[in-house]
Structure formats: structure tokens, C-alpha cells
Design a protein around this ligand. Sequence first.
Ligand code: ATP
Ligand code: MG
Ligand code: MG
Ligand code: MG
Length: 429
Amino acid sequence: MSYIKEVLNDEYDGKSVHLRGWVYRTRSSGKLSFIVLRDSTGIIQLLASTKKLPENKYREISSLTIESSLEITGTLRKDERAPTGYEVEIEDYILYQRNENYPITKDQGEEFLLDNRHLWLRSREFTATMKVRSTVFKAFADFYFNLGYYEVQPPLMVSTAAEGGSTLFKVPFFDEEVYLSQSSQFYLETMIFSLENVFTISPSFRAEKSRTWRHLTEYWHAEAEAAWLHNEEMMQVEEKMIEYIVQEVVKNNSEDLQTLGRDIEFLKKIRAPFRKIRYADLMKMAEDWGLGLKYGDDLGADEERAIMVHFDSPIFVTHYPSYLKTFYHKPDPENPSEILCHDLLAPEGYGEILGGGERISDLDTLLKRMEEYGLEKENYYWYLDLRRYGSVPHSGFGLGLDRLVLWILHLNNIKEAIPYPRTIRRTKP
Ligand code: ATP
Ligand code: MG
Ligand code: MG
Ligand code: MG
């Protein structure tokens, strides 16, 4: 038994091959029938004829419906007219399932395809997307394993909010309520005191009420935290990580990028270091571009889109005014109204894919900031303890892996980057 991709080469010309998969397309002309077979690795044209098959078997295979499943034996020949350059003449086959008519056809609306995501997943486009996604997840983990980081598994049912109340999901928990985790950052911070350098890939949950092209309610969050590192050093590791992931996709997924029409030459040029721009300077640039933004404005999906059409490589934006971000970011000692944080914005109009920075490591500063944000310190007793016992400078980040896939593949909506998108209106299938 072989995978289709393995036999798509001259070595198999004239040889017997044994394949299995699903009917992708059919075309019949009297005594000849062409079937395109699909498996996880590719497609290949099959030829059925009464020359090689008894009448009843020929009749059965020449009337197969799309997505019927079968196993075949036959002889492979080079044939330039076939869609992938080779054709197999069927000598025998086993039919696993003959389908009803397959409900997915071309030109169906977005909602229909979302309702039928469990079937749409089989499309060539989505298969390519999932292969790239798999590379992205693996490359992220490999990058940090290679640096000596430990992978850790924080809890997802929590009682301490990490990113603010407005997007918290509350769920019943026996006689109480808990939150679904918005970020594992605080738990990662607890682990740097034993492991120093840690990362996790886990879901984060956010009750995003507005519908945008880049927000899900359940998304995959890659987070890391490192003891001793300052903001600048953290950015240097991150830009190498992004370069590594993008170049792994270029190396391993060139066919998938082609299937999806993504410009590979553009991706090859994504190389560290990335430009670092202070928020204040970016606002001046935005003014020159006539974007109607001024110092102090928050940057959301629309604003970042308008800014990032001006760039062809990711940029770091640093030194945001502290009131634009949450409480744990370390104030810049030279100008305490700004913080030592960074957002990594993707080019081509995509915007934020990562947010990170240096954390406050001093207890008094942290307590003061929590008071300003109206947070009850009792809930955060364990987070505060980290500043009581052996506190060290440290930095970390959260990267939205679905957003990274969205940008790498130049997709229109984050829903196209994840198998089963969860949004305010959709929890099925
Ligand atoms: P945004 O400004 O787009 O709402 P955020 O600043 O609230 O994002 P962070 O709290 O910084 O997000 O989370 C870290 C990363 O997680 C973000 O940079 C982004 O890539 C990703 N992310 C955040 N919220 C979502 C979401 N609702 N769906 C998908 N990815 C998300
Ligand atoms: Mg947000
Ligand atoms: Mg943001
Ligand atoms: Mg952010």
C-alpha cells in the first residue's frame, strides 16, 4: 500500500501500485471511466475500462459518487494529460463505501460551508491549511525546545482574571463559578522560579462580543515566559522564532502554499531582525499617512490594518502609554507613563499577532497598579507572592497561533485558519 504522493514519479512508471482513498472527481465516456482519487497526500487519475474489469465491476466503479471510499490495484503510467502527470489503470478494487450524493459542491455560501465544516475539511484548500497549521504548531514548540525551554501545562479553569473582565467566560463549577482561561501568563510566571524558561501551547477563551475578522472565542495561544530577560532581549528571541516558523512553512509546505495561492517569495523574505518602533513615533507616522490617529488612541483591528498596509515585514511597536494596556507591564524607568511592552504587528494589513513585554517584578509597583485597575489583591495572592520570594526581572509573550496562520496564508478571516471556529454565533459542528 502506498500514499499517492509516493507513486507520483517516474520510478513507478509501468509498475503495479496499490492505493486507497476517496473519489475526488469522476468523468465517464462509454467504455472508459476516469476517477480522480484523493488521499491525505495528493490526487491521482485512475482509469477504469472493460478491458481490465468484468462488466459488473466496471458498471459499479464507473458510477461512483464523490467521496466514496475505495482501495485499488493497477498499473501506473506517465501521462501528461492527467492532472498530476500520472494515471493508474485499475485492475482490481475494493469498494468500502458507495455514498449518497455528496452535499458539498462548488460555490456554496459561507454559512453552509460552516454548518458543514466536518465535510468541508476534506477540501484541497482546507487540507493545505491544516498541513500548514500543523507545521506552525510544531515549529513553535521545536524552536523553544531547541533553546532549552520546558513545555508546561497550566490549568484552563481558573479563578483569577488575566486580561480584564469584559471578555471573561464564566462557567458553573459545582456550587461556584470559574473562568475559562484567557491567558496562561500568570501560571507561566509561577514556573520560571523553578524552570527559568517555559512555554505552553493551549487554548484561550475570550467572550468577544463584536464580530471581527481576527477574533475567535476559543483560540490557540502559544505563550512563553523567561526569567532574567528584559524587554529588548525578549523581542530578539521572538523575532527569530517568527522567522523560524515562517521559514519552516516555506521549507515543508511549498505545495500547500501553491494550492492556496500564497506568494512564497514574499514569505522567504520574512527575516529577523524586525523593525522596532515606539508607539509615539508610530502615531506620528500614522498622522503623515492621514489615518486620523493621535497619541493615546487605542489600536484595534481597523487601525492596525490601516497602519500595516504600509509595511512588508512584521514590526514591533513598543512603549505604549500604560493606560492602553493591562496592569502587569513594567513602567519604563525613563518615562513611567509608558511601559516596556511590545506588540508584534503582521504586515499586509494584518496587525497584532503577538503581545508581550517585561513584567513588573517589584511588589509595591504591582500593588499600586492593581489598585489603579480596581483589582482585589486577595484574588491575586499567589501572583503577588512571586514578588515576595526571590523576585527576578522577567519577560514573556502570548502569540495567537490562529492569527499567525491567518497572516502566513494571507486568508481573509481567522475562521479560515482553524478547523472548528468558535464565535459568538457558532458552536456547531
Ligand atoms: P486584540 O487587540 O486583537 O483584541 P489582545 O491585545 O486582546 O488582541 P492579547 O491579550 O495581547 O490580545 O493576547 C495575545 C495574543 O493572542 C494576541 O496578540 C493575538 O494574537 C491572540 N488573540 C487575542 N485575542 C484573540 C482572539 N479573540 N482570537 C484569536 N486570537 C486572539
Ligand atoms: Mg482583545
Ligand atoms: Mg491588542
Ligand atoms: Mg495584545
